[in-house]
Write a protein that binds this ligand. Structure first.
Ligand SMILES: Cc1ncc(COP(=O)(O)O)c(C=O)c1O
Length: 433
């Protein structure tokens, strides 16, 4: 084992290293923990030079304005441009009330896996409402969105099957694919982002290689880029090849479509996509995920999906909170209208200032910045009380760094203008615009 000082030798000149250097670093050692000591030295360097932004501590609810304890020791009253709770349902009085009532009625946890003693009345009610909301026959729910994608893929695909991904799919889908590939030898491939010609090529290759079924899977709204999948073309092509389609609606549910039912509603394709996946962590301001589809497929996944059978059911408190959020969003379109007003305003103003926002179509706004200035830009914005996350490798590919802005319906025009003023000043200072 190396002593702690020796670990610094892996990063002799910290200032020349990027996130990719430390993420891809292989440290030859027989001691499993040696790499953690080397990372720790790198992290300490980043903190001491104001280049570290992971796990800043939010004091109180994650709201459009929050008190944040930053790594430089200061507590700041910041404008939040980095959360995913699009409608601030996490802090809505009626959602909180529903959660408190659920604690009184059901207690805190569900006590068991759903197939055994963990299915409570409130879970069944949520599944029923979600199936209806997504125009599907049935739905099943999970304690996390990550677990949802993992379970769908590992429950449905076997050795002769193929799964074809958009290259920019969320990490939970990619990890699910790696798992099923390792376990069953399932064929896994990727098509160029939102590129239907590339998808056709990949479906053709899979048809020749595999004797089983095919699944095409994509985000509805892409989590790092904010653009929308061309679902009608994808579904038409999949039909030609006898493939099924799954769409991950994490960032589309509640947001896209005239009544917020997601990408399928946006394209007038409700009930026409084989599998619809979603999360409760964003629009609904809670945590968890769901799969909606045909009754037989859901019944099968409950038994063959590893993350359903072998994991405790989501908390009844979370389920009750999601039900209330869903109710509010269905009853009142004001939430969605405000979010889109904020979205169109910021798109227009950022483009006017000369920022590259990569053709986003939604409240997820990737502001392109140079890789080597990403942390300095983020710190400058932090000092101006703007909370925004820099996104670097491995969350996006190397040299595609960005500030990932995600908007809330509750942000006021003054807060947006204050953010724009800060972004303009910092953009000019660092030569981005
Ligand atoms: C597209 C997409 N799918 C799935 C997930 C995972 O959801 P969760 O964070 O609720 O586990 C995320 C979360 O960031 C996501 O953006």
């Amino acid at each position: 084992m190396l002593n702690r000082l020796e670990h610094n030798s892996y990063f002799e000149d910290f200032s020349n290293k990027s996130s990719a250097d430390y993420y891809d670093l292989e440290i030859p050692s027989k001691d499993l923990f040696d790499k953690t000591y080397a990372f720790s030295a790198w992290k300490q360097y980043l903190v001491s030079t104001d280049n570290y932004f992971l796990r800043r501590t939010i004091l109180g609810p994650s709201s459009h304005r929050c008190l944040v304890k930053c790594h430089d020791g200061k507590i700041r009253n910041m404008i939040m441009l980095g959360g995913n709770s699009y409608f601030e349902m996490n802090n809505h009085p009626e959602v909180k009330k529903a959660a408190v009532e659920a604690v009184s009625k059901y207690g805190t946890g569900s006590g068991s896996a759903p197939l055994l003693a963990g299915t409570l009345e409130v879970h069944r009610e949520l599944e029923r409402k979600l199936a209806e909301f997504k125009s599907c026959e049935a739905a099943m729910i999970f304690p996390s969105g990550f677990q949802t994608n993992y379970t769908l893929i590992n429950g449905l695909l076997r050795s002769q099957d193929a799964v074809i991904n958009d290259i920019l799919n969320h990490a939970s889908i990619i990890e699910g694919c790696k798992g099923v590939q390792a376990k069953f030898g399932t064929y896994v491939d990727f098509y160029a982002h939102n590129n239907v010609k590339s998808l056709r090529r990949k479906l053709e290759i899979a048809k020749n290689k595999c004797t089983g079924g095919q699944l095409v899977i994509c985000d509805g709204v892409f989590s790092m880029d904010g653009d929308i999948a061309p679902l009608p073309e994808i579904c038409a092509l999949a039909r030609e090849y006898g493939a099924k389609v799954a769409v991950d609606e994490a960032h589309a549910t509640g947001i896209l479509g005239a009544t917020g039912r997601g990408t399928c509603e946006h394209f007038s394709m409700e009930g026409q996509v084989d599998l619809v996946v979603g999360t409760f962590s964003k629009t609904f301001g809670v945590v968890g995920g769901f799969i909606a589809g045909k009754q037989e497929v859901i019944d099968y996944l409950r038994v063959y999906g590893p993350g359903y059978m072998f994991s405790t059911a989501m908390s009844p408190v979370d389920a009750a909170a999601v039900l209330k959020s869903l109710d509010l969003l269905e009853q009142d379109s004001t939430y969605r209208r405000q979010l889109w007003e904020n979205t169109y305003y910021l798109h227009k103003e950022l483009l006017g200032l000369g920022f590259d926002i990569n053709g986003t179509e939604t409240p997820i706004i990737p502001v392109k910045i140079p890789n080597d200035k990403a942390w300095a830009i983020t710190y400058d914005l932090q000092k101006r009380n703007i909370f925004v996350n820099p996104v670097l490798y491995p969350a996006v590919s190397k040299n595609r760094a960005r500030l990932r802005i995600s908007l809330m319906s509750t942000l006021t025009r003054e807060e947006l203008d204050q953010s724009l003023y800060a972004l303009e000043s910092v953009g000019k200072k660092f030569g981005v615009i």
